[in-house]
Design a protein around this ligand. Structure first.
Ligand code: B12
Length: 478
């Protein structure tokens, strides 16, 4: 049995959101690593987690921390934009701790296993898909070179890459213990400003995995089948969060929380009957075609105060082209109902979708204003590897860069020159300005200021809105 160190790589808020927006970014628990650690602990495998993002560590700090321990196995999680720092980190680890085995996992590796090993020659193994069982099997190997019997990995052997049989996702999620939050620096996490209400720590709990929809811009780490934890398990995990961290708010995460009506209704009833709904206010993400008035009322009664809906675009033509399978009318209607039942809304909007014209970009901004959610997020479209959108654009020769660290949806605020995709006839500069203009057009309206004043619950809220307005005004004059 090998002892393990799991690492969240040192990507800073500035790397992710740019200088002006960094104060609004989230530093959230690396739940994937915490789940793996929880599973390893249940098998008595010694493990520690180093969340270098939350701890504000540099690559050198991480390597020092690794050198000071004696863990044979190093696991690193990686989303696409973290590619650059992960590669640099692997190089340093190889240089200073050459005898350790480096395993990479997460969304990026899952879709590009071979390519990742080629592009990061210092890494030994890539884990594909869910990592709990896979990583535990690696840690339990007597001889680390006996990897071929382990499903769901890609590894090096004699100058070739070997990809083993596919690992099926965990069928009954309750078999996986709760994430090992006690190994994380819990005091250092905070969600995006728009997701918290008032003050206090707001943890994320993952209640389901998998999504049956086929949006062309989304990459699915957890496959198409929607699998859930039992209501009993979810209730006891929340109760333990209340007991351990005295929380009063929670983010309930799932690829699409409301896709299975029976599940979401049972969850709401569980929250009400256990008394959790009286203590906790929660947020979630959803799709407009998976909710109705009755469900929204129940969710509200169960403590839901905010839903984030992926609206994506104000053009029906583009909605159809990204396979969203909803109509603009449906979106408007659900926004009306959600507000009526008393749930506040965060809307996600994408700018620069394939084929998007200047007029359609403006239609998206205008649609956002018409829908008028409390918060709107405008991101620059990034065709992430593993998505239908990437596949299509790659075939067409329209991917402008394979420099993965540029695969960031906040490029407008980062001022990046290298944006992975720009629609025909549009320019990088135009897209970057568009992202800033969209926020300005949306937030710098009198009715929005009025709306925010109504929602202020704490001094922090007031501060947050004030800083936001200043950032937007500053961006106009730059
Ligand atoms: C919540 C969420 C967020 C949160 C928090 C993310 C976090 N703390 O990690 C916020 C809002 C901050 C966020 C930000 C971003 N996100 Co996000 N996010 C999600 C979401 C909805 C759930 C993630 C989650 O908690 N999963 C639960 C855990 C259990 O899963 P997991 O982390 O994937 O880990 C499992 C496996 O991947 C694997 N694994 C992971 N790491 C490792 C390491 C080893 C060693 C091993 C063996 C296995 C392994 O095992 C784990 C357990 O089974 C996913 C959608 C999804 N279903 O994955 C998108 C998703 C991960 N996000 C995505 C993206 C693009 C981003 C951003 C890059 C967007 C941007 N700003 O440009 C940023 C990057 C942030 C960063 N830290 O680098 C993409 C990733 C695509 C890609 N190719 O990288 C996803 C898949 C959405 C999508 N459908 O396309 N995100």
């Amino acid at each position: 049995m090998h002892s393990v160190i799991l690492i969240n790589p040192p990507l800073t808020l500035e790397d992710r959101y740019g200088k002006d927006m960094k104060r609004f970014g989230a530093v959230s628990e690396p739940l994937g690593l915490a789940y793996i650690a929880g599973y390893l602990e249940s098998l008595n495998i010694p493990v520690r987690i180093l969340d270098s993002q939350a701890e504000g560590m540099s690559i050198d700090d991480v390597v020092t921390a690794i050198s000071s321990g004696n863990e044979k196995l190093i696991g690193i999680t990686m989303l696409t934009p973290a590619f650059g720092v992960v590669r640099a980190l692997c190089r340093q680890i190889r240089m200073y701790c050459p005898e350790r085995t480096i395993v990479l996992g997460g969304a990026h590796c899952t879709v590009l296993p071979e390519r990742t090993l080629k592009e990061i020659p210092e890494a030994d193994i890539v884990s594909i898909g869910e990592g709990e069982v896979t990583f535990a099997e690696i840690a339990q190997l007597k001889d680390i070179s006996l990897l071929s019997g382990i499903k769901g990995i890609c590894f090096r052997a004699d100058n070739t890459l070997i990809k083993t049989d596919e690992r099926q996702p965990v069928q009954y999620l309750d078999q996986i213990p709760p994430p090992a939050r006690h190994l994380l620096p819990m005091g250092k996490y905070h969600l995006t400003a728009s997701r918290v209400s008032g003050s206090g720590y707001c943890p994320t709990i993952l209640v389901a995995r998998g999504c049956p929809f086929s949006c062309t811009f989304c990459s699915r780490t957890f496959g198409r089948t929607f699998r859930t934890h039992s209501i009993g398990r979810i209730v006891s995990e929340i109760q333990s969060l209340i007991y351990t961290y005295q929380i009063s708010q929670l983010n309930i995460e799932a690829d699409t929380l409301t896709v299975n009506k029976k599940f979401i209704k049972a969850l709401c009833i569980g929250l009400i009957e256990s008394g959790i709904s009286r203590r906790i206010r929660w947020t979630c993400e959803s799709r407009v075609d998976t909710v109705d008035e009755e469900l929204l009322e129940l969710m509200h009664k169960a403590g839901c105060w905010q839903i984030s809906y992926g609206v994506e675009t104000g053009s029906q033509r583009l909605l159809d082209s990204i396979n969203k399978s909803v109509s603009l009318e449906q979106i408007e209607q659900v926004f009306r109902i959600t507000k009526r039942v008393g749930i506040s809304i965060r809307g996600f909007f994408m700018l620069g979708l394939p084929g998007e014209t200047h007029a359609e970009s403006q239609a998206t901004i205008d649609f956002a204003k018409k829908l008028n959610p409390l918060w709107a997020q405008f991101t620059v479209t990034v065709p992430y590897p593993g998505t239908k959108m990437f596949e299509y654009l790659d075939q067409q020769g329209k991917i402008r860069t394979y420099n993965w660290e540029k695969y960031n949806t906040w490029s407008g605020w980062q001022g990046s020159e290298e944006i992975p995709f720009v629609p025909d006839g549009r320019t990088v500069k135009e897209l970057r300005n568009l992202q800033k203009r969209a926020l300005r057009e949306f937030y710098l309206r009198p009715e929005v200021v009025f709306q925010f004043l109504k929602h202020i619950q704490s001094w922090q809220d007031l501060q947050k809105y004030f800083v936001g307005v200043m950032v937007l005004l500053k961006s106009k004059f730059r």
